[in-house]
Ligand binder design. Structure first.
Ligand code: IMP
Ligand code: MG
Length: 184
């Protein structure tokens, strides 16, 4: 199954960002983080499940003392639209007080998830609190939040692959693809 493989022939996938381009950009972002936190430890907090593939690639390119943890939140339910309500489904295992925390997100869309996460993590007194996101869709923003390390800024399209899903599918695609569904 190539990038365009899909179970349902009426779903269309179109490559937006190729795997090689992603790989190169992930290395650049990792280099920026390495430079910004020279001589210090960073604690990456991946937002499950979408960020797991980005985080796995990113952390291996960071040349610093590093640790990782994960948090799971729900905001989208099963569809393509945000419900606007954020809940913690799985909290961190770690105490982040005094750590250089970098929240790792797959995509910044409305910003509802990130603004909620930043609020609860800030209360836990990290030394610094930064955000790395593979993708940014600024045109959709409802909350005034921004990432410190952004892979790619993309137009307002629904994308899947490299960790991003539609109803839990397509996370395994190596390229980031635009998904179009047949009209309902
Ligand atoms: P926000 O709270 O609206 O910023 O949404 C953030 C979350 O929504 C992301 O972590 C994704 O899980 C999901 N999301 C937003 N846009 C997309 C998309 O285009 N494809 C897949 N998931 C998306
Ligand atoms: Mg998702």
């Amino acid at each position: 199954m190539g990038t365009n493989g899909s179970a349902n022939g009426r779903e269309k996938l179109k490559v937006l960002i190729r795997r090689g381009t992603i790989q190169k950009r992930v290395r650049e972002v990792a280099r920026e983080i390495t430079r910004d936190f020279k001589g210090q430890r960073v604690h990456l907090v991946g937002v499950l499940k979408g960020a797991c593939i980005f985080l796995s690639d990113l952390v291996r390119e960071i040349n610093l003392d590093s640790s990782i943890d994960f948090i799971a939140v729900s905001s989208y339910g099963k569809g393509r639209e945000s419900s606007g309500q954020v809940r913690v489904l799985k909290d961190l295992d770690s105490n982040v007080a005094g750590l250089n925390v970098i929240v790792v997100e797959d995509i910044l869309d409305t910003g509802l998830t990130l603004s909620y996460l930043l609020r609860i993590l800030h209360q836990r007194k990290p030394k610094t609190l930064r955000v790395a996101a593979l993708l940014d869709k600024p045109s959709r923003r409802v909350k005034d939040v921004k990432g410190d390390y952004i892979g790619f800024t993309i137009p307002n399209e629904f994308v899947v692959g490299y960790g991003l899903d539609f109803s839990e599918r397509f996370r395994n695609l190596k390229d980031v693809c635009v998904l179009s569904l047949p009209p309902v």
